[in-house]
Ligand binder design. Sequence first.
Ligand code: ADP
Length: 211
Amino acid sequence: MYDINLTSVYYIYRLDEKLMFNLILFGPPGSGKGTQSDKLVEQYGLIHLSTGNLLREEISNKTPLGLEAKKFMDKGQLVPDEVVIGMIDSSLEQHKKARGFLFDGFPRTVAQAKALDKLLELKKTSIASVLALEVNDEELIKRLLNRGKTSGRSDDTNENVIRKRLTVYNNETTPVADHYKKSKKFLAVNGEGSIEEIFSRLSEAIDKKLK
Ligand code: ADP
C-alpha cells in the first residue's frame, strides 16, 4: 500500500522543475522594465510580480504597509527588505499553479536575492535567467522626468529623488548582479532603442534559454 515508486516521484519532480520558468528583469529605474514586462508576460504566459506596482497598490489602498512604504519611496530610498520579501512570499502563494514568474524590480538587494532563492527552492524551482537592461544615466534621467509628467508618480517629478534612486541602485542593487553572475544566470541586454527592438533582444535571449 505504501509502495511508492521513487523513480516516478523523481521524474514528476523534474517535470515540475522544467515546466516552471522564472525570470528576473533587472536594470536601473527608467530602464524600461515595466514596459518590457507587460510584453514578456503576454508572450510567455508568466505572472508579473513588480514590487513597485505592489507597493503603489498598497499606497492607493492606504494600508499600514503602504503608508510606511511611501515614506521610503518618496525619498528615493529602498523599502525595508522584510516588507518586500513578505509581499513576494504571499504573491507566490497566491499563484500556486503559475507556469512561471517574471520578477520586476525585485530582488533589489543581495538579502532579497538570497531570500528569493530560498522561497523558490521551497517550491522546487529556481531562477532560469536574469536579463539586465542597460541604459546610460543621462537617458535614464530624461526618461524618468518624462514619465513624471504623466504618470502621477511623485518619485519621478523631482530630479534629486531620481538621482538618489540611481545612487541607491549603484550601491545596493548592482551587487545583486554579481550574485547571479556567480551561477552564470546573468545576461546583459542593450536597453536603448525602440520598444520593439529591445523586446526582440529580450525574447531572443529567452528563446535560446528555453531550447
Ligand atoms: P523604478 O524602478 O523606476 O524605481 P519601481 O516601481 O520599481 O520603479 O520602484 C519604485 C520605488 O519602490 C523604489 O524607488 C523603492 O522605494 C520601492 N521599491 C520597489 N521595489 C523594491 C524592492 N524590491 N526593495 C525595496 N524597495 C523597493
